[in-house]
Unconditional design. Sequence first.
Length: 255
Amino acid sequence: MAPSWRSVRALISAPESSVSRRGATALIESKQLEPFYLPKVSGRSTGLSLELGRRTAYDRQLDRAQQGNVVIDEILEDADERMGKTLDALANTFGKIRTGRANPALLDGITVDYYGVATPLNQVASVSVEDARTLLLAPWERPLVVEIEKAILRSELGITPVNNGEVVRIPLPPLTEENRRDLAKQAKAEAENSRISIRNIRRDAIADIRELVKEKEASEDEARRGEDRVQEHTDRRTAQVDSALAAKESELMEI
């Protein structure tokens, strides 16, 4: 099996001596070097070094191509990760849109004054579903009952908690038809914002790939394949947004 070009290059580029020249000659005579390297190879000729220079430039071109592919992969990975975070944010937002059912995610984002420090509600009390339309909050410390009640009243949930001195209950009134339409409209707006974010991420990724071509760090073909893969990520993530919206609308329509 013929040696790799890099091993041959290491041999030829060694300090000039009869050993390195004899080594190169032996490789040629034993036909372990391709005929492409046969012309002008001798201890007195510079032909070998010229051919070496050509192949070294070719190696550099290959290295640039490999590097371009690696950078494109990194761009794609970053874009997909950002799109995934957009979907996570959408799921979090959907969780805060009230439906007719009790859902602890409804209280995400509410903070309680805990000895002068704004602390997430779920870090000062357990939150559970008492029944289909009631959330039950049991604070770790009894004095926090009042602070939890105040925090919920300050929120934009539009619900009234019931404090019995030990726990806080949050009854969720059934949604009216008008409520459902308004909340469905809100969900659609949030989904569209997510689609826009995903398209912006797609735009940024494609711009980064085209910049590689401009800087001659990637070929046109590599860039085209990279852009196709960006579009695949975009289509997949957009479909996930559509699925999340459909599920939320179905939940809102439940009686």
